[in-house]
Design a protein around this ligand. Structure first.
Ligand code: UDX
Ligand code: UDX
Length: 462
């Protein structure tokens, strides 16, 4: 690789679910730029350099292979790469704070700030710094202050460019985003930096989909987008509880309301609850920001989105318990799926974690199956090694179980031979479809007692 021939040197700090795929797409689409990704985690970097990538994402390996060794580099040399970069994307994690003021709600910015300080320390020239991580509104201001108190006479222009990709569809989302959002300061230096970032995306994203705004709008839009998406799920999940009491069918209700073009049909699938690294964290962050500005009612409004999600997870387990004659102690329950959604191995905030723990509290014996997430599941449940079994094969997982619960909407679970699964189970056999992906009537006819979300159960009990 001859570094002199590249038009720009782009660096990304943080080789996670966001940084890795995003930079792989930029590198694949822009062979004229050198794209380097660094991370403090050497094992992760090594995995990015191999064919066994640290994250599972359909199409990602092909994309990485297209550019790796050409203009895409994974490295642990953080300082040297900071020195060389023209543009630095920061994509380190911003988890919910677990200590001190704002614990449990506000974003923990320590990694972001440490990264800003290492940029200041290593830099020898002006740079554009881009917030790729999701951050509280007005963080860019604090970052600019840290970066520009450098004593070296260097100027750092801080921009916000939040990432809206969803896991499982990351490559398609990056290839053809609904929009790219770039927030900058509204002065000459801000506008110049913004134009440089627009130019990167314009290599493959139509210009009309590249939106620009002020920095604060951009930072806030990311939190609000996730809050609105999660709010739709909590809204339909709240209605699923009412459907179960009234013989209405939540899928029919969702379809009927979704046909109204003002409402739209996306994100109306009732489920065991939403998971993932973003929704809960970002809403709680929004709640904290509102509280800190004294906007109590606004904070409470959004906090209820998270509360309904927790309620939905609890309701799911209560339903299992009450349907199975109020005791599941010693009963085997197979969870099909542990990832927070299909097509990913990611289990962060997966409802399956909470459901497993509640089932264990009832002394159930839990057998976990998932095509991609067993390694993460074992790590999530490492404090209960003897109480849980892991079995990749769903047929074996369900053997001698009293109940199956569908936790993730993996396509393969819709194609299983449920008659043969039923034959191997304890009777009466129960099936709880936490994603409403199966043919409930067919399962009932096989002999299962079927409990979907937001629909009348189909049972053989009189
Ligand atoms: C993270 C945040 O969770 C999200 O809010 C933000 O929008 C983007 O970054 P994700 O990529 O899913 O999302 O996180 P993760 O997979 O944990 O990746 C972060 C990476 O940053 C890790 O590989 C971690 O090792 C690295 N990191 C963290 C650094 O390189 N330096 C640090 O100081 C801290
Ligand atoms: C989300 C946002 O979609 C994305 O724009 C942002 O950048 C990061 O957060 P992600 O968490 O990867 O992406 O997945 P998403 O598809 O949004 O699903 C989140 C959770 O909601 C999953 O647990 C999913 O199963 C659940 N969900 C989604 C539902 O329960 N019902 C739905 O109708 C849609």
């Amino acid at each position: 690789m001859n570094e002199q021939t590249f038009q720009k040197k782009i660096l990304c700090i943080g080789a996670g679910y966001v940084g890795g795929p995003t930079m792989a797409m930029i590198a694949a689409k822009c062979p004229q730029y050198l794209v380097t990704i660094v991370d403090i985690n050497a094992e992760r970097i090594q995995a990015w350099q191999s064919d066994d990538l640290p994250i599972f994402e359909p199409g990602l390996l092909e994309l990485v292979k297209q550019a790796r060794g050409r203009n895409l580099v994974f490295s642990t040399e953080i300082e040297e790469n900071i020195r060389q970069a023209d543009i630095i994307f920061v994509s380190v994690n911003t988890p919910t704070k677990t200590f001190g003021e704002g614990a449990g709600k506000c974003a923990d910015l320590q990694y972001w700030e440490k990264t800003a300080r290492s940029i200041v320390k290593a830099a020898e020239s002006d740079k554009i710094i881009i917030e790729k991580s999701t951050l509280p509104v007005r963080t860019a201001g604090a970052m600019a202050r840290i970066l520009n108190s450098n004593g070296k006479g260097l100027h750092f222009e801080v921009l916000s460019n939040p990432e809206f990709l969803a896991e499982g569809t990351a490559i398609a989302d990056l290839q053809s985003p609904d929009r790219v959002l770039i927030g900058s300061r509204e002065n000459e230096s801000g506008r110049q930096a913004r134009d440089q970032i627009v130019e990167i995306y314009a290599n493959w994203v139509p210009k009309e989909r590249i939106i620009t705004s002020n920095v604060w709008s951009s930072e806030l839009s990311k939190l609000v987008a996730n809050a609105f998406l999660a709010q739709r799920i909590s809204s339909i999940n709240s209605i699923s509880a009412l459907c179960e009491k009234t013989e209405a069918d939540v899928q029919e209700v969702a379809y009927a309301i979704g046909r109204d073009s003002r409402i739209g049909s996306c994100f109306l699938n009732a489920s065991v609850g939403f998971g993932g690294s973003c929704f809960k964290k970002d809403i709680l962050n929004l709640v904290y920001i509102c509280e800190s500005y004294g906007l109590t009612e606004v904070a409470e409004y959004w906090e209820n989105v998270v509360k309904i999600n927790e309620y939905q997870e609890q309701r799911f387990v209560q339903n299992i318990l009450h349907s199975m004659f109020n005791t599941i102690a010693g009963k085997r329950i197979a969870l099909l799926g542990f990832a927070f959604k299909a097509d990913t191995g990611d289990t962060r905030e997966s409802p399956a974690i909470y459901v497993t723990r509640m089932l264990l509290d009832e002394h159930a014996h839990v057998v976990i199956s998932d095509p991609q997430a067993l390694k993460n599941a074992k790590s999530d449940l490492r404090d209960c090694p003897d109480l849980v079994e892991y079995e990749a094969d769903p047929y074996r997982a369900a053997r001698h179980c009293h109940a199956i619960a569908i936790m993730t909407e993996w396509k393969e679970y819709t194609r299983l031979d449920y008659a043969s699964i039923y034959a191997q189970m304890e009777k009466p056999a129960f099936l709880f479809d936490g994603r409403n992906i199966l043919d409930h009537r067919e399962l009932f006819e096989i002999g299962f007692n079927v409990y979907p979300i937001g629909k009348t159960p189909l049972t053989h009990f009189t």
